[in-house]
Design a protein around this ligand. Structure first.
Ligand SMILES: Nc1ncnc2c1ncn2[C@@H]1O[C@H](COP(=O)(O)OP(=O)(O)OP(=O)(O)O)[C@@H](O)[C@H]1O
Ligand SMILES: [Mg+2]
Length: 231
């Protein structure tokens, strides 16, 4: 099993936001997490990557308990996290943003080339400052940066949020293509129910910090998911 989250509790100070969530990502699978604004999706991911401490529960990667590991150690073990909101270094060029991650890695330049193969729309933009990119282009850059670390578990937080519809389709197609690459599992937070179910082997619905519904992506109906989001 790539990722096992067991009875995870976490939050901010005394405010508990995630209350006993259990979730698994099998090897090579795509798992979607759905839920309304404020359901706790980002908070869950932040705990998974080590940016928030769990108050209870376990997180295992490849069977190993990583609950106490620092974020960079989790990256070393194969996790990559693309946060919500298309972050990059705005003053640096697209190429510099990619090289920053590639530097010091074995076959860094090869990895940059591979990441660009997944996002060919970035090639003509390599010299442009990242701060001048559109939201969709910045999102593509953020995912490309994550790919350079050669992750076994790619964690994406609302990769199509606030992006023009034509670019959304491009990003969705790339996520599907990535999911077919052998050896990579994907944990995807997504509010678009249609895509979340289409892309996913399994899905989980979060409502008020708990799993209100879960199942196989292909078998789920959008209506049932929508209902579970309201619980
Ligand atoms: N840094 C923080 N400090 C205190 N409370 C926070 C913090 N970040 C988020 N929260 C609260 O935690 C709850 C869950 O937030 P979270 O960002 O995990 O939701 P989400 O499901 O990712 O929502 P969205 O779909 O809008 O991204 C919300 O009530 C939010 O106000
Ligand atoms: Mg969020």
């Amino acid at each position: 099993m790539m990722l096992e989250i067991e009875e995870l509790h976490t939050g901010y100070g005394r405010t508990q936001v995630v209350s006993g969530v259990s979730l698994t990502v099998p090897d090579g699978a795509v798992v979607s997490v759905l839920g309304h604004n404020g359901a706790g999706k980002t908070t869950l991911l932040r705990a998974v990557v080590g940016l928030l401490k769990p108050s209870a529960g376990r997180i295992r990667l490849d069977g190993e308990d990583i609950s106490a590991l620092r974020p960079h150690r989790r990256v070393d073990r194969g996790m990559a996290y693309v946060p919500q909101g298309q972050q990059s270094f705005g003053q640096l060029s697209v190429l510099e943003n990619l090289q920053l991650v590639a530097d010091g890695r074995r076959d860094g330049s090869g990895r940059v080339a591979e990441a660009l193969d997944m996002f060919p729309a970035l090639r003509p933009l390599l010299a442009r400052r990242a701060g001048l990119l559109s939201g969709g282009q910045r999102q593509q850059l953020a995912i490309a940066r994550a790919l350079i670390t050669d992750p076994r578990l790619l964690i994406l937080d609302e990769p199509t949020e606030g992006i023009q519809p034509n670019v959304v389709a491009e990003i969705e197609a790339t996520i599907i293509a990535l999911s077919k690459r052998s050896g990579m599992s994907i944990l995807l937070v997504e509010q678009h129910i249609g895509f979340a179910l289409q892309a996913a082997d399994n899905y989980y619905v979060l409502a008020a910090g708990r799993v209100s519904s879960a199942g196989a992506g292909g078998a789920a109906s959008a209506g049932d998911v929508r209902k579970a989001m309201l619980i």
